[in-house]
Ligand binder design. Structure first.
Ligand code: NAD
Length: 251
């Protein structure tokens, strides 16, 4: 039931961190992968690495905040061969206190973390609903469920809260087409996004670990496993689910 043999999946922000491990996990389960990322060089080298591991992988350089580009990519890829799985993983996590948040930081965070997953869901969901099957997995955050302290980053929290409710709304809208829409809500995961805090704010970094009941950061592989579950038939009765993978943080 976890097998993705014969399936085709696209993963946004797949060039590094959590996205790269999602590509690897879905590829190892048998899916053909399209790795989509803004960073051409990182995408190229990630695709080469995965191909050298024997996985079927191609890559595309795209800014997922461009609704027009995303729509064109959805049409182009589906004309070649159906895309069965979409993982909306690309995201940004700026550091911004509410009173000091510039307009452009607020807008960029909302553009990447909540607008783009909608553009991609609409672009690929159009083909999935027409075909009568598909699975969309959004990478939300525990920050979309609770207000994390002490960093309380309003733009990030708002963007992930919106993504979680978009997940539930699309799940209800597209259930009749047999298209499932779910999300994973990670806790603190050791990637580039958080690594910079080790030097910028080591006190926070240590506190996050202390506040996590399992007593450590999660790994990108641990999020990829949750995505594999939701992407595959193993979760065939789940839609609109927000699956926490946070070491117990939100418990
Ligand atoms: P990361 O910064 O390591 O990687 C993000 C990738 O997304 C990069 O390769 C980047 O080039 C790509 N990207 C960014 N903007 C893009 C755009 N406009 N178009 C296409 N690609 C774009 O991040 P990560 O830590 O691996 O996070 C992945 C996802 O997990 C994000 O949605 C993030 O919010 C979420 N998340 C991360 C954590 C964590 O602790 N790291 C916790 C909760 C949720």
């Amino acid at each position: 039931r976890f097998s993705l043999a014969g399936k085709r999946a696209i993963v946004t922000g797949g060039a590094r961190g959590i996205g790269l491990e999602i590509c690897r996990a879905l590829g190892q389960a048998g899916a053909a992968i399209i790795l989509a990322d803004l960073d051409e060089q990182a995408a190229h080298s990630a695709a080469e690495t995965l191909a050298a591991e024997g996985l079927e992988v191609g890559y595309r350089t795209i800014d997922v905040t461009s609704s027009a580009d995303v729509t064109a990519l959805g049409d182009e890829l589906n004309a070649e061969r159906p895309v069965d799985i979409l993982v909306n993983n690309a995201g940004v996590g700026p550091k911004a206190e509410a009173l000091d948040t510039p307009d452009e930081v607020w807008s960029k965070t909302m553009n990447v973390n909540s607008d783009a997953p909608f553009w991609c869901s609409r672009a690929f969901g159009r083909h999935m609903t027409a075909r009568g099957s598909g699975s969309i997995v959004n990478i939300g955050s525990m920050c979309g469920l609770i207000v994390t302290q002490p960093q309380n980053n309003t733009c990030y929290i708002a963007s992930k809260g919106a993504l979680h409710m978009m997940t539930k709304s699309l799940a209800c809208a597209w259930a009749k087409f047999n298209v499932r829409v779910n999300a994973v809500a990670p806790g603190y995961i050791a990637t580039d996004m958080l690594d910079r805090f080790k030097t910028d704010n080591a006190v926070w970094y240590e506190r996050w670990i202390e506040q996590t009941p399992l007593g450590r950061m999660g790994t990108p592989q641990e999020i990829a496993s949750a995505v594999l579950y939701l992407a595959s038939d193993a979760s065939s009765f789940c839609t609109g689910t927000i699956l926490s993978a946070d070491g117990g943080y939100t418990s």
